[in-house]
Structures are given as structure tokens and as C-alpha cells.
Write a protein that binds this ligand. Structure first.
Ligand code: ARG
Length: 572
């Protein structure tokens, strides 16, 4: 059991006695004591009594003697709790024996659908897709480790009117030539060429229009060309996933087109439910509470005036299938914040239609943009959006160079392995360590630095511990008694005991910067410990205890980084 939970449980009983009903004790790590609760303040306001009196009353009711060496009222009415060393040693011994490092499996496993990555066919993945892929994959890893049934869905943009133009261009080029061009990964080049012709050439526009009709009508030859586009793009996306080291596979593609057959049924059912309103020839739903700039009600357009279905209809069909057929109770959408209103409206309509009701919950995990050094949207020198692969290759190249310059003896293979783990890890960590709702600046120097809240800092701490064990020539004894002789080893122990609470919190919030922040605190506590407490030169007893703390730190760092999709290295 983790410490925060233990203290919370004990205090909850006491708070309940004072308040006459349940109160969340809000136990947090604190620099003043080991833990602090500021819940007396809010309760005091509610009961109209002095906060310090409330705090004192809670302490009177709380059974803490066997856990804390001191529990006292401080400041305006906080509770400061200092854990007894014996308790810490006991708990950490339990941790050492636990392959899950104090993180229990979910008591009630759910089926969770994670909709992420979702690039568009015949278009380059951009940095927004990078964020979605990195965040979504972390969600998949974490929820899967907690024992949930996780379904990855790569909601590929593989349908819509631009495909008329793309197929017409493909037909002009000839299949073999087109396949060759696409396999080079120059998706944007292909798209641009089609666009240029479309804008300049009336006859091409007409051919494109006919292709849209043929595609929607299920014309076999047109479908075959469309499939070629989709397959070539998928193959290319898979190479990016491979480089990015994410768990998405070819089985996870479930493009927009997969829902085509369900779309008429969506419109019919919305109509039957009396939710459909015809507006300017389009079929719309006006979910309550959504208004435009001038207070006018905003429509979710499910069928356009030309009879075509668009992005919202597909999302409604997908949602209904996920909560229905797939039996999912948690639906996650990892998509940039500009689509916030779209998802809010889709969820509202689905609720009104009865396709989204408790216990099923849908959550839009929105995220901000990646900015260049100038603080503006990341752009290449020529002003286009930055090609994702280029960015990843640059990360690996920079990390490889750094590894070589730090250690000139490294052979090429080792340098490449380090470069890849550190470069990709740095990109992912930069993303996951900031609140996802915020924009962040892509700053190579900071991301790749061995100091600070970075992947290399954590990877280095891990490699450092592994080198201790190489020198020790043994692994740690899992049943070694823990001795807390120094403040630094005590502080490290308190951090180690916090892993469970963080993972449980992130399971709910999916705010990975909390996990990243925790790992950074843990590595920092380890480094302080390692500076002050000799391990291999410590006397018997203490040596085993310190080796065990080091080993637990390594396991926790490795598991935590693994949940973020970041590799650890035995040497760096
Ligand atoms: N393909 C879309 C884009 O590139 C993202 C799709 C997100 N998922 C969804 N279910 N709408 O913006």
C-alpha cells in the first residue's frame, strides 16, 4: 500500500467523525513534513469554526501512532505528518517483494478505446499527430499495465472529397509510378501535385468530381486505386511508428471509411428520435448550450446539403460502435484542442441520442501546439509545416553526436543505440512532461540536456544505478533489511513509496506530466542519496540496504519510463 493512501484512509475516518460525513483528506507531499493535509481549512469554512480547532479535532480522532512519529497542526490549520522510520522501512520491504512496485491492478477493469494518432491518407503526419501519437500511446501503456482491456483505434482520415482529386492524380501517373512516389514517403509532394492540377485544370477538376461519385458508388476500379493510396500511406505511417517506438500496429488502423455503412442509420435514428433539424438543405442537430459568436445556436451537421456525410457523422457512428459493439465504458480521444468544440458537440448529441450514457464516459484529451524557438507555430525554413520524420531523425542524430562527444570510445553500434533511445525519448518526454493543454517550445538543447526535467536525465540516473550493480557484481537482495541512517536515504524511500499514488492518479487524469514530475523527483532524490551515501563502500548491512534502495529506484524509473514509452539503457 502506498503511503498517501494509508494516511488518507486513516485521516478519512477522523475527518468523517468531525464532519459527520465523508471528507477527502487531501493528503499531499510537503516540504515541511513528509505529508500535509489542508482539508481542515475547507471543512472549517463549511462548519463555520476556526480551522485550527478543526485540525486539532481531527488529530484527536485519528489513529496515527503506529505510522507517524509526529502529527501536528501548523500554520492556519494544516496537518503536518511525519512518518516513522519503522513504517517507511516496513513499507519499502513490501515494495521490494512486489513485482508491481506498489501499483495494484485495477479493481474493476474497463474496456477502454483510445482513439489516437489518426493521420490523414496521402498527407504527411505533422507535429499535431506526433503529440496525439505520443500521448495516446502513453495512455495505452498505462491503462494496459493496470489491467484494463485497451483497444487502440487509429482513426485514419481515409475518406472525403479530396480523394476524388487524389485518385484522379494517381490514375494520371499510373499505378506503378504512383506507388513508387508514395513509398518514398513524399506524401505531401503527391498531395501538392494533385492540388496544383486541381486548381489549374478544369478537365482534371471534372475527372476528380467523377471519381468522388464513383468512389461513393462503390466502383471497383476506383476503389482499387483508393485502396492503393490507403495502403501506401499506412505502410509509410508504420515506418514512422517504428521509428517513434510506439505500440500501434497495422491491426489498429480503423479509418473513417470503416463507418460508411453505418452513416445512413445514424441519420435515420437521429430523425426517429426527433433530434434532426433540416437547415439550409443540410441535416443538423442543435445540441443545447452551443452558440456562436452572436448567440445563434450552432448545428452539428450530420448530412451535408449535397447528401454527403462528413467528419461529425463518422464520429457519431464510431462512438456508437465503441460504446455498443465494443462494449467500452471509457472512450478517449487524443486530438488537438482546436477540435474541442467538435468533440463536445459530438458527445452532447450522442448523449441526447442515448448512445453515450453512464457508465460509459467519453473524454477529449486535448493538447496544445508545439512551438518553434521563436515562440510561434513550428514551421520549416520554407514556411511549411515540419515533417515529422525529419524532426525525429534530427533528434536521433543530435543525441548520437552528443553520446559520441561525451564518450569518444563508443563504437558506432552502441552510439546508434544510445542515440535512438535518447533522441526519441527526449522528444516524447518533452511532450509528456508538460501539461498537455499547454503549448511548448521545441528546444533541442533543453530536451537533450543531462540536467533538468528531461529524458536523458532520467535515463542517465537509471544507467548510473546499473553501473553500480555491474561494479558490485551482484543484484540486490530483495529481503535485505532497510536501514534509514541518513536523511537522504529516508527522502529517497519516501519518494519510492509514492509511485502507486501517482500511477493511480494518472489513470484517472491521464495527465502524464504528473508521472514525469514524479520520476524527476525520484531521480533527483536518488542522485542526492548517491552523492551522500556510499553504497559499495558502506559497511555490511548498510550496503545491502542501499543496494536494495538503488535497485528499487532503477525498477521504478524503468517501469515509469516504460509507461511513457521511453527506453532505458544499461549504459550511456
Ligand atoms: N484525422 C484527424 C486530423 O488529422 C484526426 C482524427 C481524430 N479522431 C477522431 N475520431 N475524430 O485532424
Amino acid at each position: 500500500m502506498d503511503l498517501e493512501k494509508l494516511l488518507s484512509d486513516r485521516l478519512a475516518t477522523a475527518f468523517a467523525a468531525v464532519a459527520g460525513g465523508p471528507v477527502d483528506p487531501l493528503v499531499r507531499r510537503s516540504p515541511r513534513a513528509d505529508f500535509q493535509s489542508d482539508a481542515p481549512l475547507a471543512l472549517a469554512r463549511r462548519l463555520g469554526r476556526p480551522p485550527r480547532d478543526i485540525a486539532a479535532a481531527v488529530l484527536e480522532h485519528a489513529v496515527l501512532d503506529d505510522v507517524c512519529v509526529s502529527a501536528e497542526v501548523s500554520g492556519p490549520g494544516f496537518l503536518n505528518l511525519t512518518i516513522a522510520d519503522r513504517t517507511l522501512a516496513d513499507l519499502v520491504a513490501g515494495l521490494a517483494a512486489d513485482a508491481r512496485l506498489g501499483v495494484p491492478l485495477a479493481a474493476a477493469p474497463q474496456t477502454v478505446v483510445v482513439d489516437y494518432s489518426a493521420p490523414n491518407v496521402a498527407k504527411e503526419m505533422h507535429v499535431g499527430h506526433l503529440r496525439s501519437t505520443v500521448i495516446g500511446d502513453a495512455a495505452v501503456r498505462l491503462l494496459d499495465w493496470l489491467g484494463h482491456r485497451v483497444v487502440r483505434v487509429n482513426h485514419l482520415g481515409d475518406w472525403g472529397t479530396p480523394f476524388g482529386m487524389l485518385i484522379a492524380h494517381l490514375a494520371d501517373l499510373g499505378e506503378a509510378e504512383a506507388a513508387h512516389e508514395l513509398s518514398m514517403g513524399d506524401l505531401d509532394g503527391f498531395y501538392r501535385a494533385a492540388r496544383v492540377k486541381f486548381d489549374a485544370d478544369e478537365a482534371f477538376r471534372e475527372r476528380s468530381r467523377l471519381r468522388v461519385v464513383a468512389l461513393q458508388g462503390g466502383d471497383e476500379r476506383t476503389l482499387r486505386l483508393w485502396r492503393l493510396l490507403v495502403e501506401q500511406s499506412e505502410r509509410y505511417f508504420l515506418t514512422v511508428y517504428d521509428l517513434l517506438d510506439v505500440t500501434l500496429s497495422e491491426d489498429d488502423f480503423r479509418g473513417e471509411s470503416a463507418y460508411n455503412d453505418l452513416l445512413p442509420g445514424i441519420v435515420d435514428d437521429l430523425d426517429r428520435l426527433g433530434l434532426l433539424v433540416s437547415s439550409g438543405g443540410a441535416d443538423c442537430v442543435f445540441p443545447p448550450g452551443f452558440t456562436g459568436r452572436h448567440g445563434e445556436a450552432l448545428p452539428l451537421i450530420v448530412r451535408k446539403s449535397d447528401g454527403g456525410y462528413g467528419y461529425p457523422a463518422t464520429d457519431l457512428a464510431a462512438l456508437r460502435q465503441r460504446s455498443g459493439e465494443l462494449g467500452a465504458t471509457r472512450l478517449l480521444y487524443v486530438v488537438g484542442l482546436p477540435q474541442r468544440q467538435h468533440f463536445a458537440m459530438v458527445f452532447a448529441v450522442a448523449q441526447a441520442a442515448g448512445w453515450l450514457c453512464p457508465p460509459v464516459r467519453a473524454e477529449h484529451l486535448g493538447f496544445g501546439s508545439i512551438l518553434g524557438a521563436d515562440g510561434r507555430m513550428l514551421r520549416s525554413r520554407t514556411g511549411e509545416s515540419v515533417k515529422l520524420v525529419g524532426l525525429l531523425e534530427e533528434a536521433v542524430a543530435r543525441a548520437t553526436d552528443l553520446a559520441r562527444s561525451r564518450n569518444p570510445e563508443l563504437d558506432a553500434e552502441a552510439a546508434a543505440e544510445i542515440g535512438r533511445a535518447v533522441g526519441i525519448g527526449a522528444v516524447k518526454y518533452a511532450d509528456l512532461s508538460t501539461d498537455r493543454r499547454k503549448d511548448y517550445v521545441l528546444d533541442w538543447e533543453r530536451m537533450l540536456s543531462l540536467d533538468g526535467n528531461t529524458a536523458p536525465y532520467l535515463q542517465y540516473a537509471y544507467a548510473r544505478i546499473r553501473s553500480v550493480f555491474r561494479r558490485a557484481g551482484t543484484e540486490a537482495r530483495r529481503d535485505a533489511p532497510i536501514v534509514l541512517a541518513q536523511p537522504a536515504e529516508r527522502a529517497l524511500t519516501v519518494e519510492l513509496l509514492g509511485f502507486g499514488a501517482v500511477v493511480t492518479e494518472v489513470e484517472r487524469s491521464l495527465d502524464f506530466h504528473q508521472l514525469a514530475g514524479y520520476l524527476h523527483r525520484l531521480a533527483t532524490a536518488f542522485n542526492a542519496f548517491y552523492e551522500r551515501c556510499p553504497v559499495l563502500r558502506a559497511p555490511d548491512g548498510l550496503r545491502e540496504s542501499r543496494l536494495l534502495l538503488a535497485e528499487l529506484t532503477a525498477r521504478t524509473l524503468r517501469q515509469g519510463l516504460h509507461l511513457l514509452g521511453i527506453r532505458t539503457l544499461e549504459r550511456m
